[in-house]
Every structure is written in structure tokens, then in C-alpha cells.
Design a binder for this molecule. Sequence first.
Ligand SMILES: [Fe+2]
Ligand SMILES: [Fe+2]
Length: 192
Amino acid sequence: MNTEELEKLRESAYAMLKPSRIAHVAGCEETAARLAERWGENELDARKAAIVHDCTKKEPLQKQLELCEVYGIKPDSIEKESSALLHSKTGAAVAKEKFGLSDRICEAVKWHTTGKPDMTTLEKIIYLADFIEPTRAFPGLEEVRAFAFEDLDRAVSMAMTMSLENMKDRGIEPHPNTVNALSFIKEKRDTA
Ligand SMILES: [Fe+2]
Ligand SMILES: [Fe+2]
């Protein structure tokens, strides 16, 4: 493990965060590292993805849209109105352009909010680490935390189901990527 490389990345990425979000990102990194170890993924890549995953999160919608212009990102109609969705896309672009991270790491950043069908193990790890890291607290989370180390797909589908229910309660339209991601996992499990 190249600790110096990670330390430099933390320093640059944390400087882009609201101070209040650092504990979440640090928790996400440790959780991602443990999940990588459990599921045979590359721990260094998991740490890097977690460190940068929210690097554009503090930017408001207008700035997110400007970043989309800069990086050639074409947001869809739902993303255009949601900085919460756009930060994954713009974060992935910054991970590549500013931090020079590999495509597989950038893809994990890109899909950490909505998920998508047929995710890689690293993408699932970052999606889940973001959801279950230790500073998070809401009903049902302990069960997802337990399954994350028992059955990765089941944990991802539980997290996605909870997210969709939460959005429904708040009257927020879910992104089709999450709906499709959940169907994909369920179909795969049914035919397994
Ligand atoms: Fe995020
Ligand atoms: Fe996050």
C-alpha cells in the first residue's frame, strides 16, 4: 500500500470538501478498504475511489452544470435539476482529470449515488461504503451493514430499496439507473 500516495490524495480531495463532510469520507474509505479485503478487490483502488467520491459534492447546481460543460458531461433531464445526482458525474471527471485516477476507479465514483445495472465489484463496494460508513445512522442500516460482509448483491439491493423508499417518502423522483440496477440484481438472483 502506497501510504504517501494516499496521504497526498486525501490532502487534495479533503481540501475540496466542506469540513463537516470529512468524517463521512474518511469513514467511507475505511469501510471501502474492509469491503475490498472481504470481496477480493484492490484495497488501494477502493481507498482512492472513496477518498475522491464526494470531491465536488459541495458545489451548487449552477457550478455542477458548469463542470458538466467543462468536462463534456451531458446530464439527462433528471440530473439537470439535481446537484445530488450531478456530483457523482462531475466527481468522476475530476477524479480523472485532476487526480489522474484509473477508469475503473472513476467509474466507481460515477455510479456511487444511483448505482446502475451490472455493476463491478469495486462499484458495488463504493456504493455500499457510502451508504453504510460509520457516521451514517438510520433505521434498517445495521442489517445492510451485516449483509455487506455476507452477501454483496443482497446488501446493494437492500440499500437501493431503502433509498428508493426514502425518495418516495420525500416525493423525489428516483433516477431510472437505480430502479434498473435493482431489477438487474433481482433478475440475476432469481435466475441463479
Ligand atoms: Fe456522494
Ligand atoms: Fe458520500
